[in-house]
Design a protein around this ligand. Structure first.
Ligand SMILES: CCCCCCCCC/C=C/C(=O)SCCNC(=O)CCNC(=O)[C@H](O)C(C)(C)COP(=O)(O)OP(=O)(O)OC[C@H]1O[C@@H](n2cnc3c(N)ncnc32)[C@H](O)[C@@H]1OP(=O)(O)O
Ligand SMILES: NC(=O)C1=CN([C@@H]2O[C@H](COP(=O)(O)OP(=O)(O)OC[C@H]3O[C@@H](n4cnc5c(N)ncnc54)[C@H](OP(=O)(O)O)[C@@H]3O)[C@@H](O)[C@H]2O)C=CC1
Length: 289
């Protein structure tokens, strides 16, 4: 991750001055880039995830890049988004300590590659990505946004052609996208905007480590029209845009940050086989082929 002093943003300084955000998974990868950019633009950011030592280290590093008179802008808070009580405490802490909750970025999550997963693995991934996002939205709404409005961005994934070998996350992320659309309608009358950002293959050290190394990400290059991987800062820019006043008329939509990957080739190869039924299950109709 780049030193916080090297943060680059195309947005104007102090764009988010006086605002308060929560970024789940804000200590690493995409979440860290989002936290760095938001805080560099004046936002106070509570970063929340399971590993407190990671959060504390990231908060310290990012705060050190901010002028002393304006510190701290990043605040660590331990929270497992799979635990509803912890999510509720996160929202209460943020509002009690910082006086508002303008933005919620549901970024914390993940999965593992596995063709035939256990029910326990399925539940772990669905609870983390879908139910965890639901808990965060629900309590942000209950504790603050229902009365004050706000903007929410959910990070999802490229699941538009199914997600073989990661069916658990494909199902969970599609669920998040549909949840987002429902909430965009249910909560429009409260002044809440909610959208998704859908990254393709975005290289960060922590993400790659989770899959066994950089080479696994590089193996995806042939399915990316841009012919390169993305970086976390390219996702962060889309999140900042969706949170900003420039997106004041945008709700219920998804921005893909994937170099064109989602409508190009699937990484999954179907083995040659002869297992499909003949047309109308009548072998004689094979003669029509
Ligand atoms: C070609 C192009 C290519 C390109 C390839 C690149 C892909 C790019 C697209 C996506 C990229 C990213 O998302 S990058 C982000 C990567 N980062 C992450 O995923 C980090 C967060 N991930 C996680 O924390 C985990 O994966 C997650 C499952 C969600 C939570 O794990 P936990 O350890 O908390 O879960 P637990 O409750 O302890 O575990 C429950 C069960 O889950 C299963 N399980 C958990 N981790 C497992 C694992 N690594 N491998 C197998 N099985 C696992 C086991 O059955 C566990 O039971 P037991 O066996 O009984 O314990
Ligand atoms: N990198 C990529 O190519 C892509 C990433 N994504 C998604 O983007 C998001 C960020 O991933 P990325 O930055 O790449 O990878 P990272 O592994 O760096 O980030 C995942 C973050 O999620 C947090 N997290 C995981 N489980 C929980 C939980 N139960 N409660 C709270 N926080 C949790 C982790 O923190 P901790 O361990 O401390 O809890 C970690 O900070 C994830 O949802 C990921 O699946 C989607 C598509 C592509």
């Amino acid at each position: 991750m780049a030193a916080a002093s090297m943060i680059r943003s195309v947005f104007k300084k102090e764009l988010f001055s006086g605002k308060v955000a929560i970024v789940t998974g804000g200590a690493t990868g995409l979440g860290r880039a989002i936290t760095e950019e938001l805080s560099s633009l004046g936002c106070k950011v509570v970063i929340a995830s399971r590993r407190l030592e990671n959060l504390e280290k990231a908060a310290q590093e990012i705060n050190e890049a901010i002028p002393i008179s304006l510190r701290p802008r990043v605040f660590p808070y331990q929270c497992n988004i799979r635990n509803e009580e912890q999510v509720k405490s996160l929202m209460k802490y943020t509002i009690d300590t910082h006086g508002a909750l303008d933005y919620l970025v549901n970024n914390g999550g993940g999965q593992f590659a596995s063709p035939a997963i256990s029910a326990k693995g399925w539940l772990a991934v669905v609870e983390t990505n879908l139910t965890g996002t639901f808990y965060c939205c629900k309590h942000a709404y209950n504790e603050w946004m229902a009365g004050h409005g706000g903007a929410i961005v959910n990070i999802i994934a490229d699941m538009y052609k199914g997600f073989p070998n990661m069916a658990h996350t494909g199902a969970a992320r599609a669920g998040v996208q549909n949840l987002m659309m429902s909430l965009a309608l249910e909560w429009a009358d409260c002044g809440i905007r909610i959208n998704c950002v859908s990254p393709g293959i975005i290289y960060s050290e922590t993400a790659a480590k989770n899959y066994g190394g950089r080479h696994v990400f590089d193996e995806g290059l042939h399915i990316i029209p841009a012919k390169r991987l993305g970086i976390p800062e390219e996702v962060s820019g889309a999140v900042c845009f969706l949170l900003s006043p420039a997106a004041s008329y945008i709700t219920g939509t998804t921005i893909k940050v994937d170099g064109g990957q989602s409508f190009y080739r699937s990484p999954f190869t179907i083995p040659e086989h002869n297992s499909f039924p003949p047309p109308l299950e009548d072998p004689e109709l094979n003669s029509k082929l």
